[in-house]
Write a new protein. Structure first.
Lengths: 100, 100
DNA sequence: GAAACATTTCGATAAAATACGATATGTTAC
DNA sequence: GTAACATATCGTATTTTATCGAAATGTTTC
């Protein structure tokens, strides 16, 4: 759990939004075509559309969030679904409050 | 309370350390010469010494923390003392937990 | 295996952050 | 008022981040 890496990942409006969207995907995304619900998270294409970022930047941002351990990727067929890593977030919030 | 600005301010090891040091100045700094205790916070020179940063960078970093409303400056004589802004930190922790 | 599609990786370039020394500003003490 | 000192600001060089389009990789379907 790297606080600095997490803070850097969350020091960007779009990446913060992505984390918020992933909190409640039903409210922010239309259903996937090949998967029931958002149990695995949301695929890169949907985040690309929703954010207005280029596809490559969207993918890159997700990899930054993943590197900070804030999201968990699952590859299914052609798609990579990303969901929140609530365990990391919980440790992060606790650690911040205790340490900083 | 600007979460992004705060995250950016805290996405740097030295600035995170400064916030930690300011939590308990007695444990990290030798006493001031012209002021009793650390009620007003810690002067720039001490942070410059402790951090190993140049004087100008130390001053700059403190201004970044101040811009994020994380510290409160008090000028007394030649010195500017910086102390934590615990009100902002409390809102920040709460907001992060609620919103992100 | 070739076409179609989703995602990642690879440059490229512009913007922002890091960090310094030098200079300017403000304060105190003579 | 000038010397001494603390801090802030300026100018600059280096590194990192942001962001894109293009190319590469991986999957599925014919």
């Amino acid at each position: 759990m790297d606080i600095i890496k997490i803070n850097a990942a969350l020091a960007n409006k779009t990446r913060l939004d992505i984390m918020r969207w992933l909190k409640n995907p039903d409210a922010h995304f239309t259903p996937h075509i090949s998967v029931e619900g958002f149990g695995m998270g949301v695929c890169v294409g949907k985040i690309h559309e929703k954010s207005g970022l280029s596809q490559s930047t969207a993918s890159h941002y997700l990899s930054i969030l993943q590197d900070a351990d804030l999201v968990i990727p699952t590859r299914i067929g052609k798609w990579t679904y990303y969901k929140r890593n609530d365990a990391t977030l919980e440790s992060y919030f606790n650690e911040l409050r205790k340490e900083v």
